[in-house]
Design a protein. Structure first.
Length: 258
């Protein structure tokens, strides 16, 4: 059932994202063409339009991440969604995974558009050779580099999921009030971020008291990178888990649709 929910979600959101992605790539291609032909005014206009569209994509991605959860589960559409023979977990995961995919897709499309506008004779082969030269100069083995890539990728993905779940938890907490839910959700977001920053500061102080800093500095560079990446993964996973539980409990026991 999760697959069907995600299919419906992709269909609903794809009507917004796909035209935006296509338009950005087309504008980026024309901008590059105008630059190649030395058409100064059209190329300048193309670049400006591309920048505006890039900003628009990121803003729209953020807004749709919020809107799809709020309207579809907490608003009037929730009456239909919560009558479906699916679990609360499936409803949350369908929104979460779809939002994560569109966030990642937005970054990839924007990177592609920027690459098109800045296109030169530089190739992926040259980039791979440059990376290999860098690894040889720093004595980082191919295996360690592969581990770095995996760790960073996992860390970014878990961080993305934690960020989305933070937004979901704030909106779900607004179920505690009957009026001004948007304002309450915003306030919850501010408070939660303050608490997270405070918790991070406390952990840093605790690490200093327990002499973790000296232990960390005595490690080799490769060990330090691995440790930081693993810590980021664990911390973001814990944060994601906490906010997932908060969201689920609020939807399950405090559901009060507008």
């Amino acid at each position: 059932m999760l697959g069907k929910l995600m299919k419906y979600e992709f269909k609903a959101t794809g009507r917004v994202f796909l035209p935006m992605f296509g338009a950005l790539l087309i504008v980026a291609a024309f901008s590059r063409l105008f630059v190649s032909l030395s058409f100064k005014v059209p190329s300048a206009i193309g670049i400006i339009v591309s920048v505006i569209m890039i900003i628009g994509i990121f803003v729209m991605t953020f807004l749709l991440t919020i809107q799809r959860f709020n309207k579809n589960l907490l608003g009037s559409e929730g009456y239909l969604m919560f009558t479906l023979p699916v679990s609360t977990d499936s409803l949350i995961f369908s929104k979460l995974l779809t939002a994560a995919v569109w966030n990642i897709a937005s970054v990839i499309i924007v990177f592609t558009a920027i690459s098109i506008m800045a296109m030169t004779g530089f190739s992926f082969r040259e980039m791979a050779e440059a990376i290999q030269r860098l690894l040889r100069s720093t004595d980082i083995t191919d295996l360690n580099f592969a581990l770095y890539v995996i760790e960073v990728t996992v860390s970014v993905l878990v961080s993305l999921l934690a960020g989305i779940l933070t937004l979901y938890a704030c909106m779900a907490l607004s179920l505690l009030v009957n009026k001004h839910r948007g304002l309450f959700a915003f306030g919850a977001f501010v408070v939660i971020n303050i608490l997270l920053q405070t918790a991070g500061s406390i952990l840093l102080v605790a690490g200093g008291v327990m002499n973790f800093e000296n232990i960390f500095l005595k490690m080799q560079l490769e060990q330090q990178i691995h440790m930081v990446a693993i810590l980021m993964i664990v911390l973001n996973f814990v944060i994601a888990g906490i906010f997932y539980v908060v969201t689920k409990l609020m939807l399950k026991y405090k559901l009060n649709l507008d």
